[in-house]
Design a protein around this ligand. Structure first.
Ligand SMILES: NC(=O)c1ccc[n+]([C@@H]2O[C@H](COP(=O)([O-])OP(=O)(O)OC[C@H]3O[C@@H](n4cnc5c(N)ncnc54)[C@H](OP(=O)(O)O)[C@@H]3O)[C@@H](O)[C@H]2O)c1
Length: 235
């Protein structure tokens, strides 16, 4: 039977490349659509029933619940969830003195990058429990590494990814005995809306590496935090 995967934030960038890579690899893909399904619609003709578009705002619990219902209408089990959706407001590098703590972007970054994946895993857990692979693949960042941190600003983004890393470890502790593997993967610096034009990596290359990681046989006590090539990162 075909493996089934959910990718969040699939409208663009890495998420879109992951959808393409998993479809090419023979998976049934549920693509979480946040604002625009235009790019995904072009794939529907090529892959037919293997691709289902699911409206999904990971910052909104009701939206996540509705997504679970829609996926549940198509399948009784999900093998992999890729928590890819993320935001990094590009002009948000104020110094400590300039930082506006009343600005909603701080909270919004945590809502999407840190609590979003937790909402998704919690709500999709019944479907994931019935899947064969039981893989939670959180798209993190080197920006979440505390021991490697050299930045002096970008509080919201870095803190949100460090929180996602901690969440990955807690989920591994809790869900490992139930057969789950949780990964927190830095996708590399990619040429996307978030990464910008100067980034050295195209998202398709990162998606290919992440696809290879998803296809590996993992044990619960294997490392969690690594880049898209499987190179381990320090927490
Ligand atoms: N690019 C890099 O160099 C880099 C480096 C390290 C880590 N990452 C991580 O890699 C992941 C993908 O990044 P990317 O470069 O592909 O960024 P991107 O091009 O900005 O794509 C992010 C995707 O997430 C969607 N999204 C935003 N808010 C959402 C929400 N509330 N619910 C659901 N989806 C939402 C976006 O939708 P819209 O386009 O409609 O807004 C978009 O489809 C992120 O988690 C990011 O933190 C990226």
């Amino acid at each position: 039977m075909k493996q089934e995967v959910l990718v969040t934030g699939a409208d663009a960038g890495l998420g879109l490349s992951l959808v393409k890579r998993f479809l090419h690899g023979g998976y049934t893909v549920f693509a979480g659509v946040y604002r625009s399904k235009d790019a995904l619609l072009t794939l529907e003709g090529d892959y037919g029933d293997s691709l289902t578009l699911i409206p999904l705002d990971v910052a909104d619990l009701e939206s996540v619940r509705a997504a679970v219902r829609r996926v549940g209408e198509r399948t009784g089990a999900l093998d992999i969830v890729v928590n890819n959706a993320g935001i990094h407001l590009r002009n948000s590098k104020p110094s400590l003195e300039q930082l506006d703590l009343a600005d909603q972007h701080l909270q919004q970054t945590m809502e999407v990058n840190a609590f979003g994946p937790l909402r998704v895993v919690q709500q999709f857990l019944p479907l994931l429990e019935k899947g064969q692979q039981k893989l939670v693949l959180n798209i993190s960042s080197e920006a979440g590494s505390i021991s490697d941190c050299r930045r002096e600003n970008q509080f919201a983004y870095c803190m949100s990814k460090a929180a996602l890393d901690m969440q990955s470890k807690i989920l591994q502790n809790y869900l490992g005995p139930r057969g789950f593997k949780v990964l927190a993967v830095h996708p590399g610096w990619m040429r996307t809306n978030m990464g910008g034009l100067e980034a050295p990596l195209i998202p398709a290359e990162s998606a290919d590496g992440i696809f290879q990681l998803a296809a590996r046989k993992w044990n619960a006590d294997d490392p969690i935090y690594m880049d898209y090539r499987g190179e381990l990162l320090p927490w």
